[in-house]
Ligand binder design. Structure first.
Ligand SMILES: NC(=O)c1ccc[n+]([C@@H]2O[C@H](COP(=O)([O-])OP(=O)(O)OC[C@H]3O[C@@H](n4cnc5c(N)ncnc54)[C@H](O)[C@@H]3O)[C@@H](O)[C@H]2O)c1
Length: 248
């Protein structure tokens, strides 16, 4: 498995209209990658693609729809000239305990966060094989490495993704496709705004991360992490390391 220069990336990004997905699209397009931004937020996605110019284009893709996935992969192969990278980034946040979680809301979140990622890898694998291989980044969370009170549906989905990531890495290794999971801590996005504002206060790096910081990690995973597959990349301001007491 080899390194891929950013300008050689032909990448499909889900949930790319805003937040971490948009920051990654911006960074990679600026470095010459061909980027298909996908989302269900058509106005924002199309505006971002217009802003980035020809290396980027927008296409509607609801990650829960097999038909959308098949159409998007066909379009990516036609318009990007092949597909050698996938950033499974789209996700929803849902709060709840084991007792008070609404089953329908939980099912919907699993459909987006878990099935969406599965359908994406399933739809893209053959195209990536035709491209000679490539790399997939699946966006989990530090919630895929720990338990958090009141976050049961989200934590469950992100642990599931972490397991799926390892299986996919094994299944796709012979096709020269690396599969990696990304584990951000609190990041300043629309989703991050739903978190308690003081959630980062006791971290070693006591602030929310910026989407651009995550984008740089994703670029490293896609382009340079040539000896990593099935592995987990944490970008969390030290949150998983422990808490730092703040003495007055
Ligand atoms: N922000 C954080 O603190 C944080 C921390 C850890 C992990 N993450 C993960 O990072 C990823 C990106 O999150 P973000 O912070 O940029 O959030 P965000 O809410 O800004 O962006 C998520 C994007 O996913 C899209 N999306 C939702 N459902 C979709 C569907 N069915 N099909 C296609 N697109 C859909 C949304 O429209 C949105 O554009 C998510 O997987 C999230 O779980 C975020």
């Amino acid at each position: 498995m080899t390194m891929i220069a950013p300008e050689d990336l032909n990448i499909l990004i889900t949930g790319g209209a805003r937040g971490i997905g948009a920051a990654t699209a911006r960074l990679l397009a600026a470095q010459g990658a061909s980027v298909m931004i996908t989302d269900v937020l058509d106005e924002e996605g199309a505006a971002l693609a217009r802003d980035l110019g020809p290396p980027a284009r927008y296409r509607r893709l609801d990650v829960t729809s097999e038909a959308d996935w098949n159409d998007a992969v066909t379009a990516a192969e036609e318009t990007l000239g092949g597909l050698n990278a996938l950033f499974n980034n789209a996700g929803l946040l849902a709060f709840g305990t084991v007792e008070n979680t609404d089953p329908a809301a939980f099912r919907h979140m699993l459909e987006v966060n878990v099935m969406g990622c599965f359908l994406g890898m399933r739809a893209c694998a053959a195209a990536m094989r035709r491209a000679g291989g490539g790399a997939i980044v699946n966006c989990s969370s530090i919630a895929g490495m720990n338990g958090y009170a009141g976050f049961m549906p989200y934590v469950t989905s992100k642990w599931a993704l972490r397991g799926m990531n390892k299986c996919a890495a094994l299944d796709l290794a012979a096709d020269n496709i690396r599969v990696l999971s990304l584990h951000p801590g609190p990041i300043r996005t629309v989703m991050g705004d739903e978190l308690p504002p003081d959630i980062a206060a006791s971290q070693p790096i006591a602030r929310f991360g910026e989407p651009e910081e995550v984008a740089r990690m994703v670029r490293f995973m896609l382009c340079e992490a040539s000896y990593s597959t099935g592995s987990e990349f944490v970008i969390d301001g030290g949150a998983l390391t422990g808490q730092v007491p703040r003495l007055e």
